[in-house]
Design a protein around this ligand. Structure first.
Ligand code: GLA
Length: 716
C-alpha cells in the first residue's frame, strides 16, 4: 500500500517507488513532518516525533505551518477572524484514504474554519501533489491573508544548494545554483503572471551530479502571483513553503464557502538531476497536459511572425504557406496583425474582427488554401489585452484593471482587461466562440504581453478588491477549459512575450508553450537547458529563424538547436535560396524520423552550455532501443582541441548499438559499440578548435545530430 496509517505511533507513510514521505501526530495533537527522502526498507526505520530536533522557543517541522501559537516562521495560513483574532489554532480531526489520495482534516473549532490537506501519490515518478481546501463553517466572514499549498522540509547540511530558474524577456529559464545559508530566500512573482523573472520551480541538492546524489524538487501549478520560500535556521531542517503569493492578497471567505489552493508538486531523486527532470517530464505528459493530446505527436509548424510581423495579408501568407508546405511543414500559423486596425502594436487589441484591408474576404480563402496544401491552420490571439486605440476600449474603458484617479500605465501600448470580472470573461468566450465556429481552425497561439500593475478593481467592494489576483487566474483557467471541451480538435499554445507564463497551472490546459522570443540558435541554448530541468521537451516549442543574421549560423545549426523539443520554423522563407530549401526539407524529414523519441523519450543532458565548450543532449526511448544525440558547439569557450569525447547515457550495457547520421535512405554508420562502451568510452565528435580562427564566419558554429539504434540485444 502506498499510503499507510500506523495507529500505534500515529504516523502516515506515503511511499512511491523510491521515495518515502512521513508525518505524524505529536503528543499535543499537532501534525509534524518527520521524513522526506529515500524510501526505507521498513516502517520502523522512519523517524518518529521524538526523533525531531525540538526548539522550545518556536515551532518547526509543522506539516501545515500556520500563523498561530508559537509559530512566527514562514507559514501556510494566516487569517483574521471577525473579532480581530489573528492566531489560528488547528487541531487534527481525522483522515481518509481514497485510492492514491490521502486527506487529512484539521479544524480551528472556535471559529469554524476547516482545513483539508490533500496528498496525491504519483508512485511511478516519485512525486506527490499537495493542495489545501479551506472551508468556512461559521456564520461570519473569515479574511484570508495568506494561504499556501504546502510546507516541506529537507535535511540541513552545509552542502545544500538551491537551484532555480530566473531571467527576463528574451532570456528566460536561466539556471542558478547557490548555497543555502541561514535566512530566507524568496522566489516569486508579483506581476500577475508566472513571469520571465523567475519560474515556480526549485531543486535542492547536496553536491548531486546528473547521475548521482539526492535532489529534492518542486513546482507550483499556478499562473498568477506565486511564491516559493526557502528558509533555514541554524539547526533545523530546511523549510520550503509554496503557494499563491500573499503580497497584495486578501480573500474574504464567506460562510459555507471554500477556497482551494493550487497544487504544489514535489518529488525526490536519489539518482541526480537526470532522474529528477525525467520524472518531472513524464509526470507532465501523463498527469498534467490535457490527456487528449498529451501523447500525440506535435506537428512541425510554421509561424509567420518573424517574416511578416504585423504586415500580414492574404497574398503574403499564401506565398509563405506554399513555401512552408514545400519543406514538409504540417501546420501554418498566422500571428499578430490579422484583426482590427492592427498595423503595429499601438492599436487594435480588443477588436477581434478580421481586418478587411488585409483579408477582404475574411480568413476563409487563406484557411482553404492552407488546407489544400495539406497543412493545418493556426491563429494568434491576445484576448486579455486592449489597446487604448481600439473600439473595445472606447466602448468599455471601465473594463481595464486600474485604480480611479491613478494613472493607467501602458506596457507595449496596451492595458489589461480585468478578467476577474464576469462580463470580461464572457466577452472573451464570445469572441473566441465566434472565431472558432466560423473558421476551420486547428491551432490557437494564446499570447499575453504585459504585466499587471495598478491592480485596482473599483467596481467591487473594497474588502474584496485584492481578490483580483486569484479571480483573474481562475477565470482564465475556466475559459481555457471551456474552449478545450468545446473545440477538442484545437491544439493550444500558451505564450506570454515568450516564456512569461510557463507553469503546471496553465499546462493543464495548454498543449505546448512558446519558450522565448529569443530565437537566436546559440543564445537560446542556455534557455533550453534551464527549461529542461523543469519542463518536458515536447512542451518546448522552438523555431528556426533568421535571428542573429542569416549569415551568422549554418541553417543546420539553427535546425539542430530547435530540434531539442517541438520543432517550428519562423524564418522568412522568401529569403531562402534553393539550397536553403533543400537543407530545410532534409532537416524537417530528419526531425520527423526522430521526433517521437525527442517528444516522448527520456532526455539526458550530456553537458552544460554555460560550463562547457559544447551543449549536447541525448534522448532515449522507453525500451532503450532508439535514441538521438544533438551536439552544438559553444564557440565562446576557447580550448585547443580537435575532438570532443561524448559519453552516452542510459543505454543497456550488454546490447549492441550503431550510431548513424543522416535521413533514412541516406543513413551513414558512424560507429558500432556495446552500450557499456558508448557510456564508458563514448564516441568522438570531430570538432576542431581551429575553427576559432574563423571567428565571425559562418562555420564558427558547428553541430551534429546522430541517431542511436540497438542492433542486437546481446553482444555475445
Ligand atoms: C509576443 C510573442 C511573439 C509574437 C508577438 C506578436 O511578443 O511572444 O511570438 O506573437 O507577441 O505581437
Amino acid at each position: 500500500m502506498a499510503i499507510t496509517y500506523e495507529g500505534k505511533n500515529k504516523r502516515w507513510f506515503l511511499e512511491t517507488e523510491n521515495m518515502g514521505y512521513v508525518f505524524g501526530l505529536d503528543e499535543k495533537g499537532k501534525l509534524k513532518n518527520l521524513y522526506w527522502g529515500s524510501k526505507l526498507p521498513r516502517f520502523d526505520d522512519y523517524p518518529g516525533v521524538n526523533d525531531l530536533v525540538v526548539m522550545d522557543r518556536y515551532t518547526w517541522n509543522d506539516e501545515f505551518s500556520v500563523r498561530g501559537e508559537k509559530n512566527n516562521v514562514e507559514h501556510c495560513l494566516k487569517v483574521e477572524y471577525y473579532d480581530g483574532v489573528r492566531d489560528v489554532v488547528l487541531n487534527y480531526v481525522n483522515f481518509e484514504i481514497k485510492g492514491d489520495q490521502l486527506i487529512i482534516k484539521l479544524l480551528d473549532e472556535q471559529y469554524g474554519l476547516s482545513v483539508k490537506l490533500f496528498y496525491r501519490l504519483i508512485e511511478k515518478y516519485d512525486i506527490i501533489e499537495r493542495w489545501v481546501e479551506l472551508e468556512n463553517n461559521s456564520d461570519k466572514e473569515i479574511k484570508i491573508e495568506d494561504i499556501k499549498s504546502a510546507s516541506l522540509y529537507v535535511e540541513n547540511s552545509k552542502k545544500a544548494s538551491l537551484n532555480y530558474l530566473t531571467g527576463m524577456w528574451g532570456s528566460e529559464f536561466h539556471l542558478r545554483k547557490e548555497k543555502i545559508n541561514e535566512g530566507s530566500k524568496v522566489l516569486e512573482s508579483r506581476v500577475g503572471k508566472t513571469s520571465a523573472y523567475m519560474n515556480p520551480y526549485f531543486a535542492i541538492d547536496y553536491e548531486a551530479t546528473e547521475e548521482r546524489g539526492k535532489v529534492y524538487f518542486g513546482e507550483l501549478a499556478w499562473s498568477g502571483n506565486w511564491k516559493i520560500s526557502i528558509q533555514k535556521r541554524i539547526y533545523e531542517r530546511i523549510g520550503i513553503i509554496s503557494g499563491i503569493n500573499e503580497w497584495d492578497f486578501t480573500y474574504i471567505l464567506e460562510p459555507s464557502k471554500k477556497f482551494i489552493t493550487p497544487k504544489f508538486v514535489f518529488g525526490f531523486s536519489n539518482e541526480g538531476f537526470s532522474k529528477a527532470s525525467q520524472n518531472l517530464h513524464h509526470y507532465q505528459l501523463d498527469y498534467i497536459l490535457p490527456q487528449d493530446k498529451a501523447h500525440k505527436i506535435r506537428k512541425v509548424l510554421y509561424n509567420s511572425w518573424e517574416a511578416t510581423t504585423f504586415n500580414v495579408t492574404e497574398e503574403n501568407q499564401k506565398i509563405l504557406a506554399e513555401k512552408a508546405a514545400k519543406i514538409g511543414v504540417e501546420l501554418f500559423v498566422i500571428d499578430d496583425g490579422w484583426f482590427g486596425q492592427r498595423n503595429d502594436d499601438h492599436a487594435g487589441l480588443g477588436d477581434w474582427y478580421v481586418n478587411k484591408e488585409k483579408f477582404p474576404n475574411g480568413l476563409k480563402p487563406l484557411i482553404e488554401y492552407v488546407k489544400s496544401l495539406g497543412m493545418d491552420f493556426g491563429i494568434w490571439v491576445e484576448p486579455e489585452m486592449v489597446n487604448p486605440d481600439s473600439d473595445l476600449y472606447r466602448n468599455h474603458p471601465d473594463w481595464v484593471i486600474n485604480f480611479p484617479n491613478r494613472p493607467r500605465s501602458l506596457q507595449r501600448n496596451q492595458l489589461i482587461l480585468n478578467l476577474a470580472r464576469q462580463d470580461v470573461k464572457q466577452f472573451i468566450i464570445n469572441f473566441m466562440d465566434k472565431l472558432l465556429t466560423e473558421n476551420d481552425i486547428d491551432f490557437v497561439k494564446w499570447d499575453m504581453n504585459r504585466h499587471i500593475f495598478e491592480s485596482g478593481w473599483s467596481e467591487t467592494e473594497v474588502k474584496k478588491q485584492r481578490e483580483i489576483w486569484v479571480k483573474y487566474i481562475w477565470n482564465l483557467y475556466d475559459i481555457w477549459k471551456y474552449l478545450r471541451e468545446k473545440y477538442p480538435q484545437v491544439t493550444f499554445e500558451n505564450c506570454s512575450s515568450g516564456g512569461g507564463r510557463v507553469d503546471l497551472g496553465i499546462m493543464q490546459y495548454a498543449d505546448q508553450v512558446w519558450t522565448s522570443d529569443n530565437t537566436d540558435p546559440f543564445d537560446r541554448l542556455e534557455i533550453q537547458e534551464g527549461f529542461s530541468y523543469a519542463y518536458a521537451p515536447k512542451i518546448m516549442m522552438g523555431w528556426v529563424t533568421d535571428w542573429g543574421g542569416k549569415e551568422a549560423y549554418p541553417l543546420e545549426y539553427r535546425f539542430h538547436s530547435s530540434m531539442m523539443g517541438s520543432l517550428g520554423i519562423g524564418a522568412d522563407l522568401n529569403k531562402f535560396s534553393e539550397k536553403d530549401f533543400e537543407i530545410a526539407k532534409n532537416q524537417v524529414q530528419f526531425y520527423k524520423e526522430i521526433r517521437k523519441i525527442v517528444q516522448e523519450g527520456y532526455q539526458y543532458r550530456l553537458s552544460s552550455v554555460t560550463n562547457e565548450r559544447y551543449f549536447a543532449v541525448q534522448y532515449l526511448n522507453e525500451d532503450k532501443s532508439e535514441g538521438v544525440i544533438i551536439y552544438l558547439r559553444n564557440p565562446m569557450r576557447f580550448g585547443l582541441f580537435d575532438r570532443v569525447n561524448l559519453k552516452l547515457k542510459g543505454l543497456e550495457d550488454e546490447a549492441l548499438y550503431t550510431i548513424y547520421e543522416g535521413v533514412k535512405d541516406e543513413e551513414k554508420e558512424v560507429i558500432t559499440l556495446s552500450g557499456k562502451a558508448l557510456k564508458e568510452r563514448g564516441i568522438i565528435i570531430e570538432d576542431s578548435s581551429k575553427k576559432f580562427l574563423t571567428y565571425g564566419k559562418i562555420d564558427h558554429f558547428f553541430s551534429r545530430i546522430l541517431k542511436v539504434k540497438k542492433i542486437s540485444n546481446n553482444i555475445k
